[in-house]
Design a protein around this ligand. Sequence first.
Ligand code: SAM
Ligand code: DTB
Ligand code: SF4
Length: 328
Amino acid sequence: MSDTRHDWSLAEIRSLYALPFNDLMFQAQTVHRAHFDPNQVQVSTLLSIKTGACPEDCGYCSQSARHDTELEREKLLPLGEVISAAKAAREKGASRFCMGAAWRNPTDRNLDRVVEMIEAVQALGMQTCVTLGMLSEPQAQRLREAGLDYYNHNLDTSPEFYGNVITTRTFQDRLDTLAHVRGAGINVCCGGILGMGETGEDRARLLQELANLPEHPQSVPINLLVQVEGTPLHGAEQLDPLEFVRSIAVARILMPTSHVRLSAGRTDMSDEMQALCFLAGANSIFYGERLLTTENPAADHDRQLFQRLGIRTEQASPEAEQAACSGA
Ligand code: SAM
Ligand code: DTB
Ligand code: SF4
Protein backbone atom coordinates (compact mmCIF):
# COMPACT_ATOMS: atom_id res chain seq x y z
CA MET A 1 0.00 0.00 0.00
CA SER A 2 1.25 3.47 -0.82
CA ASP A 3 2.16 5.52 2.27
CA THR A 4 1.69 8.81 0.38
CA ARG A 5 -1.13 10.71 2.07
CA HIS A 6 -2.56 14.20 1.76
CA ASP A 7 -4.92 14.12 4.71
CA TRP A 8 -2.61 14.40 7.69
CA SER A 9 -4.42 15.74 10.74
CA LEU A 10 -2.79 18.11 13.18
CA ALA A 11 -3.37 15.59 15.98
CA GLU A 12 -1.38 12.94 14.06
CA ILE A 13 1.47 15.38 13.45
CA ARG A 14 1.48 16.47 17.10
CA SER A 15 1.74 12.83 18.17
CA LEU A 16 4.71 12.26 15.87
CA TYR A 17 6.47 15.26 17.45
CA ALA A 18 5.59 13.90 20.91
CA LEU A 19 7.21 10.49 20.34
CA PRO A 20 10.34 9.62 22.28
CA PHE A 21 13.24 10.82 20.13
CA ASN A 22 14.54 7.32 19.40
CA ASP A 23 11.12 6.08 18.32
CA LEU A 24 10.66 9.07 16.01
CA MET A 25 14.09 8.53 14.45
CA PHE A 26 13.40 4.83 13.95
CA GLN A 27 10.09 5.54 12.23
CA ALA A 28 11.63 8.22 10.00
CA GLN A 29 14.57 6.02 9.07
CA THR A 30 12.21 3.13 8.26
CA VAL A 31 10.15 5.33 5.92
CA HIS A 32 13.33 6.76 4.41
CA ARG A 33 14.76 3.32 3.63
CA ALA A 34 11.53 2.22 1.96
CA HIS A 35 11.97 4.93 -0.69
CA PHE A 36 15.59 6.02 -0.89
CA ASP A 37 19.15 4.81 -0.77
CA PRO A 38 19.89 5.82 2.86
CA ASN A 39 23.51 6.72 2.07
CA GLN A 40 22.91 8.97 -0.89
CA VAL A 41 22.44 12.75 -0.73
CA GLN A 42 21.60 15.13 -3.56
CA VAL A 43 23.61 18.36 -3.69
CA SER A 44 22.53 21.68 -5.16
CA THR A 45 24.56 24.86 -5.47
CA LEU A 46 22.95 28.28 -5.20
CA LEU A 47 23.72 31.51 -7.02
CA SER A 48 22.09 34.86 -6.45
CA ILE A 49 21.51 36.17 -9.99
CA LYS A 50 19.91 39.43 -8.80
CA THR A 51 20.73 40.65 -5.33
CA GLY A 52 19.03 43.04 -2.91
CA ALA A 53 16.62 45.98 -3.25
CA CYS A 54 13.62 43.66 -2.99
CA PRO A 55 10.28 45.41 -2.43
CA GLU A 56 8.96 42.63 -0.14
CA ASP A 57 9.29 42.84 3.65
CA CYS A 58 10.15 39.23 4.61
CA GLY A 59 11.40 39.65 8.19
CA TYR A 60 14.26 37.16 7.86
CA CYS A 61 15.73 38.43 4.61
CA SER A 62 18.96 40.33 3.99
CA GLN A 63 17.66 41.41 0.59
CA SER A 64 14.57 43.42 1.51
CA ALA A 65 14.91 47.13 0.65
CA ARG A 66 12.96 47.80 3.84
CA HIS A 67 15.67 46.48 6.16
CA ASP A 68 18.90 48.23 6.94
CA THR A 69 21.39 45.42 6.17
CA GLU A 70 24.95 45.82 4.90
CA LEU A 71 24.13 44.02 1.67
CA GLU A 72 25.33 45.49 -1.65
CA ARG A 73 22.69 45.36 -4.34
CA GLU A 74 23.51 43.88 -7.74
CA LYS A 75 21.67 43.96 -11.06
CA LEU A 76 20.81 40.78 -12.95
CA LEU A 77 24.10 38.97 -13.62
CA PRO A 78 25.39 38.65 -17.18
CA LEU A 79 24.94 35.18 -18.74
CA GLY A 80 28.71 34.53 -18.86
CA GLU A 81 29.05 34.91 -15.09
CA VAL A 82 26.19 32.51 -14.50
CA ILE A 83 27.76 29.90 -16.80
CA SER A 84 31.15 30.20 -15.05
CA ALA A 85 29.52 29.77 -11.64
CA ALA A 86 27.54 26.74 -12.84
CA LYS A 87 30.67 25.12 -14.31
CA ALA A 88 32.55 25.66 -11.05
CA ALA A 89 29.65 24.13 -9.10
CA ARG A 90 29.59 21.12 -11.43
CA GLU A 91 33.33 20.63 -11.03
CA LYS A 92 32.88 20.58 -7.25
CA GLY A 93 30.23 17.87 -7.63
CA ALA A 94 26.85 19.65 -7.59
CA SER A 95 24.14 17.99 -9.67
CA ARG A 96 21.69 20.90 -9.54
CA PHE A 97 22.20 24.62 -9.98
CA CYS A 98 19.67 26.93 -8.30
CA MET A 99 19.40 30.55 -9.32
CA GLY A 100 17.67 33.02 -7.01
CA ALA A 101 16.48 36.56 -7.72
CA ALA A 102 15.33 39.17 -5.20
CA TRP A 103 12.10 39.99 -6.99
CA ARG A 104 8.51 40.16 -5.84
CA ASN A 105 7.81 38.62 -9.25
CA PRO A 106 9.71 38.59 -12.55
CA THR A 107 8.63 40.74 -15.51
CA ASP A 108 8.33 38.99 -18.86
CA ARG A 109 11.59 40.69 -19.92
CA ASN A 110 13.30 39.40 -16.78
CA LEU A 111 12.04 35.97 -17.71
CA ASP A 112 13.66 36.15 -21.18
CA ARG A 113 17.04 36.56 -19.51
CA VAL A 114 16.40 33.80 -16.99
CA VAL A 115 15.33 31.42 -19.78
CA GLU A 116 18.75 31.95 -21.44
CA MET A 117 20.40 31.07 -18.14
CA ILE A 118 18.30 27.93 -17.69
CA GLU A 119 19.15 26.73 -21.19
CA ALA A 120 22.87 27.37 -20.70
CA VAL A 121 22.99 25.54 -17.35
CA GLN A 122 21.08 22.61 -18.78
CA ALA A 123 23.61 22.34 -21.60
CA LEU A 124 26.25 21.70 -18.90
CA GLY A 125 24.38 18.57 -17.86
CA MET A 126 23.05 20.03 -14.62
CA GLN A 127 19.51 20.06 -13.32
CA THR A 128 18.08 23.56 -13.08
CA CYS A 129 16.12 25.31 -10.36
CA VAL A 130 15.07 28.95 -10.09
CA THR A 131 13.40 31.01 -7.40
CA LEU A 132 12.10 34.31 -8.71
CA GLY A 133 9.13 35.17 -6.48
CA MET A 134 5.49 34.99 -7.56
CA LEU A 135 4.69 33.56 -11.00
CA SER A 136 1.62 33.84 -13.20
CA GLU A 137 0.28 30.80 -15.03
CA PRO A 138 1.74 31.79 -18.45
CA GLN A 139 5.10 32.55 -16.84
CA ALA A 140 5.19 29.09 -15.28
CA GLN A 141 4.31 27.62 -18.66
CA ARG A 142 7.15 29.57 -20.26
CA LEU A 143 9.65 28.18 -17.74
CA ARG A 144 8.34 24.69 -18.36
CA GLU A 145 8.88 25.11 -22.09
CA ALA A 146 12.44 26.24 -21.39
CA GLY A 147 12.94 22.86 -19.70
CA LEU A 148 13.20 24.10 -16.10
CA ASP A 149 13.42 21.16 -13.69
CA TYR A 150 12.45 22.78 -10.34
CA TYR A 151 10.87 26.00 -9.10
CA ASN A 152 11.50 26.99 -5.48
CA HIS A 153 8.80 28.89 -3.67
CA ASN A 154 8.46 28.41 0.08
CA LEU A 155 5.44 28.61 2.36
CA ASP A 156 8.00 29.76 4.95
CA THR A 157 5.87 29.20 8.07
CA SER A 158 2.39 28.30 9.32
CA PRO A 159 -0.55 30.34 7.99
CA GLU A 160 -1.12 31.52 11.58
CA PHE A 161 2.43 32.86 12.13
CA TYR A 162 2.85 34.10 8.56
CA GLY A 163 1.62 37.67 9.21
CA ASN A 164 4.33 38.13 11.88
CA VAL A 165 6.98 37.55 9.22
CA ILE A 166 5.68 38.97 5.91
CA THR A 167 2.99 41.54 5.21
CA THR A 168 3.53 42.37 1.53
CA ARG A 169 2.17 39.11 0.13
CA THR A 170 -0.23 36.58 1.55
CA PHE A 171 -0.02 32.90 2.28
CA GLN A 172 -2.68 32.44 -0.41
CA ASP A 173 -0.44 34.26 -2.95
CA ARG A 174 2.15 31.59 -2.28
CA LEU A 175 -0.34 28.75 -2.72
CA ASP A 176 -1.42 30.33 -6.02
CA THR A 177 2.15 30.45 -7.36
CA LEU A 178 2.67 26.84 -6.30
CA ALA A 179 -0.50 25.85 -8.17
CA HIS A 180 0.79 27.59 -11.32
CA VAL A 181 4.14 25.82 -11.08
CA ARG A 182 2.54 22.42 -10.39
CA GLY A 183 -0.02 22.96 -13.16
CA ALA A 184 2.76 23.65 -15.66
CA GLY A 185 4.37 20.30 -14.79
CA ILE A 186 7.49 21.75 -13.15
CA ASN A 187 8.82 19.97 -10.05
CA VAL A 188 7.97 21.95 -6.93
CA CYS A 189 10.60 22.82 -4.33
CA CYS A 190 8.73 24.15 -1.31
CA GLY A 191 9.52 24.29 2.38
CA GLY A 192 10.03 26.79 5.15
CA ILE A 193 12.17 28.31 7.86
CA LEU A 194 12.38 27.21 11.49
CA GLY A 195 13.77 29.26 14.37
CA MET A 196 11.89 32.50 13.62
CA GLY A 197 10.26 32.56 17.08
CA GLU A 198 7.34 30.37 15.97
CA THR A 199 5.79 27.82 18.32
CA GLY A 200 5.92 24.03 18.03
CA GLU A 201 2.32 24.19 16.87
CA ASP A 202 3.39 26.51 14.01
CA ARG A 203 6.06 24.05 12.93
CA ALA A 204 3.51 21.24 12.92
CA ARG A 205 1.08 23.41 10.91
CA LEU A 206 3.75 24.31 8.35
CA LEU A 207 4.52 20.63 7.79
CA GLN A 208 0.81 19.84 7.63
CA GLU A 209 0.28 22.50 4.93
CA LEU A 210 3.21 21.12 2.92
CA ALA A 211 2.10 17.50 3.24
CA ASN A 212 -1.52 18.26 2.40
CA LEU A 213 -0.79 20.13 -0.84
CA PRO A 214 -2.44 18.39 -3.84
CA GLU A 215 0.96 16.78 -4.55
CA HIS A 216 3.88 16.58 -2.17
CA PRO A 217 6.60 19.00 -3.26
CA GLN A 218 9.29 16.92 -4.93
CA SER A 219 11.81 18.82 -2.85
CA VAL A 220 11.23 20.19 0.67
CA PRO A 221 13.86 22.64 1.93
CA ILE A 222 13.89 23.00 5.71
CA ASN A 223 15.87 26.12 6.55
CA LEU A 224 17.13 27.11 9.98
CA LEU A 225 16.91 30.90 10.20
CA VAL A 226 20.21 32.58 9.35
CA GLN A 227 20.04 35.62 11.60
CA VAL A 228 21.06 38.66 9.59
CA GLU A 229 21.86 41.91 11.39
CA GLY A 230 19.45 44.68 10.50
CA THR A 231 16.52 42.33 9.81
CA PRO A 232 13.51 42.28 12.17
CA LEU A 233 14.16 38.63 13.02
CA HIS A 234 17.73 39.21 14.12
CA GLY A 235 17.83 38.18 17.78
CA ALA A 236 14.95 35.68 17.53
CA GLU A 237 15.14 32.97 20.17
CA GLN A 238 17.39 30.07 19.13
CA LEU A 239 15.64 26.81 18.37
CA ASP A 240 16.60 23.66 20.29
CA PRO A 241 18.71 21.66 17.76
CA LEU A 242 16.83 18.46 18.64
CA GLU A 243 13.52 20.17 17.81
CA PHE A 244 15.00 20.95 14.37
CA VAL A 245 16.02 17.29 13.93
CA ARG A 246 12.54 16.19 14.99
CA SER A 247 11.06 18.48 12.33
CA ILE A 248 13.21 16.84 9.65
CA ALA A 249 12.03 13.42 10.85
CA VAL A 250 8.37 14.47 10.80
CA ALA A 251 8.78 15.95 7.30
CA ARG A 252 10.29 12.65 6.15
CA ILE A 253 7.38 10.64 7.57
CA LEU A 254 4.69 12.97 6.17
CA MET A 255 6.28 13.21 2.70
CA PRO A 256 7.95 9.80 2.19
CA THR A 257 9.05 10.21 -1.43
CA SER A 258 10.15 13.85 -1.34
CA HIS A 259 13.75 14.94 -1.11
CA VAL A 260 13.99 16.69 2.27
CA ARG A 261 16.72 19.32 2.11
CA LEU A 262 18.80 20.36 5.08
CA SER A 263 19.02 23.94 3.81
CA ALA A 264 20.13 27.29 5.21
CA GLY A 265 21.65 27.46 8.69
CA ARG A 266 24.20 24.63 8.48
CA THR A 267 27.08 26.92 9.49
CA ASP A 268 25.41 27.10 12.92
CA MET A 269 25.06 23.30 13.17
CA SER A 270 27.64 20.85 14.47
CA ASP A 271 28.66 17.92 12.27
CA GLU A 272 26.88 15.69 14.77
CA MET A 273 23.63 17.62 14.43
CA GLN A 274 23.84 17.35 10.64
CA ALA A 275 24.50 13.60 10.95
CA LEU A 276 21.31 13.33 13.01
CA CYS A 277 19.42 15.24 10.30
CA PHE A 278 20.61 12.72 7.68
CA LEU A 279 19.57 9.89 10.01
CA ALA A 280 16.16 11.59 10.34
CA GLY A 281 15.76 11.40 6.56
CA ALA A 282 17.30 14.56 5.11
CA ASN A 283 18.77 13.61 1.73
CA SER A 284 19.71 16.87 0.07
CA ILE A 285 21.84 19.90 0.94
CA PHE A 286 23.02 23.19 -0.46
CA TYR A 287 26.67 22.78 -1.28
CA GLY A 288 29.34 25.45 -1.81
CA GLU A 289 30.63 28.36 0.28
CA ARG A 290 27.67 30.65 -0.29
CA LEU A 291 23.91 30.34 -0.09
CA LEU A 292 22.39 33.43 -1.75
CA THR A 293 23.89 36.23 0.34
CA THR A 294 25.08 34.39 3.46
CA GLU A 295 27.68 31.76 4.23
CA ASN A 296 27.42 28.01 3.90
CA PRO A 297 30.00 25.45 5.11
CA ALA A 298 33.12 25.07 2.92
CA ALA A 299 32.76 22.41 0.21
CA ASP A 300 35.88 20.65 1.57
CA HIS A 301 34.32 20.40 4.98
CA ASP A 302 31.14 18.90 3.53
CA ARG A 303 33.13 16.41 1.47
CA GLN A 304 34.98 15.33 4.63
CA LEU A 305 31.74 15.05 6.56
CA PHE A 306 30.24 12.88 3.82
CA GLN A 307 33.33 10.70 3.85
CA ARG A 308 33.12 10.28 7.62
CA LEU A 309 29.46 9.30 7.27
CA GLY A 310 29.91 7.09 4.20
CA ILE A 311 27.53 9.28 2.22
CA ARG A 312 27.67 9.38 -1.58
CA THR A 313 26.36 12.25 -3.68
CA GLU A 314 24.19 12.17 -6.80
CA GLN A 315 26.26 13.26 -9.80
CA ALA A 316 25.42 15.58 -12.73
CA SER A 317 24.48 13.58 -15.84
CA PRO A 318 27.64 12.56 -17.78
CA GLU A 319 25.67 12.06 -21.05
CA ALA A 320 24.37 15.62 -21.12
CA GLU A 321 27.83 16.89 -20.29
CA GLN A 322 29.34 15.00 -23.24
CA ALA A 323 26.62 16.38 -25.51
CA ALA A 324 27.44 19.90 -24.30
CA CYS A 325 31.18 19.39 -24.93
CA SER A 326 30.65 18.07 -28.45
CA GLY A 327 28.23 20.89 -29.24
CA ALA A 328 25.31 18.47 -29.73
N1 SAM B 1 12.61 36.36 -3.78
C1 SAM B 1 12.20 35.05 -3.98
C2 SAM B 1 11.17 34.58 -2.98
O1 SAM B 1 11.16 35.05 -1.86
O2 SAM B 1 10.37 33.72 -3.34
C3 SAM B 1 13.32 34.04 -4.05
C4 SAM B 1 14.49 34.09 -3.10
S1 SAM B 1 14.15 33.87 -1.39
C5 SAM B 1 15.69 34.38 -0.71
C6 SAM B 1 14.01 32.14 -1.16
C7 SAM B 1 13.78 31.59 0.23
O3 SAM B 1 14.98 31.61 0.99
C8 SAM B 1 12.78 32.30 1.13
O4 SAM B 1 11.47 31.96 0.84
C9 SAM B 1 13.18 31.78 2.50
O5 SAM B 1 12.46 30.62 2.83
C10 SAM B 1 14.67 31.47 2.35
N2 SAM B 1 15.48 32.42 3.14
C11 SAM B 1 15.72 33.71 2.83
N3 SAM B 1 16.47 34.32 3.78
C12 SAM B 1 16.68 33.38 4.73
C13 SAM B 1 17.37 33.39 5.99
N4 SAM B 1 17.97 34.50 6.44
N5 SAM B 1 17.41 32.25 6.71
C14 SAM B 1 16.81 31.14 6.25
N6 SAM B 1 16.15 31.06 5.08
C15 SAM B 1 16.08 32.17 4.33
C1 DTB C 1 15.55 27.77 0.25
O1 DTB C 1 14.58 27.25 0.84
N1 DTB C 1 16.66 28.15 0.84
C2 DTB C 1 17.56 28.78 -0.12
C3 DTB C 1 16.81 28.56 -1.45
N2 DTB C 1 15.56 28.02 -1.03
C4 DTB C 1 16.68 29.62 -2.43
C5 DTB C 1 17.88 30.17 0.21
C6 DTB C 1 18.49 30.33 1.56
C7 DTB C 1 18.87 31.75 1.71
C8 DTB C 1 19.59 31.99 2.99
C9 DTB C 1 19.90 33.41 3.20
C10 DTB C 1 20.80 34.03 2.16
O2 DTB C 1 21.87 33.46 1.83
O3 DTB C 1 20.47 35.13 1.70
FE1 SF4 D 1 12.51 39.52 -1.43
FE2 SF4 D 1 12.58 36.84 -1.52
FE3 SF4 D 1 13.96 38.20 0.35
FE4 SF4 D 1 11.33 38.13 0.51
S1 SF4 D 1 12.73 36.36 0.66
S2 SF4 D 1 12.61 39.97 0.76
S3 SF4 D 1 10.77 38.16 -1.64
S4 SF4 D 1 14.30 38.23 -1.83
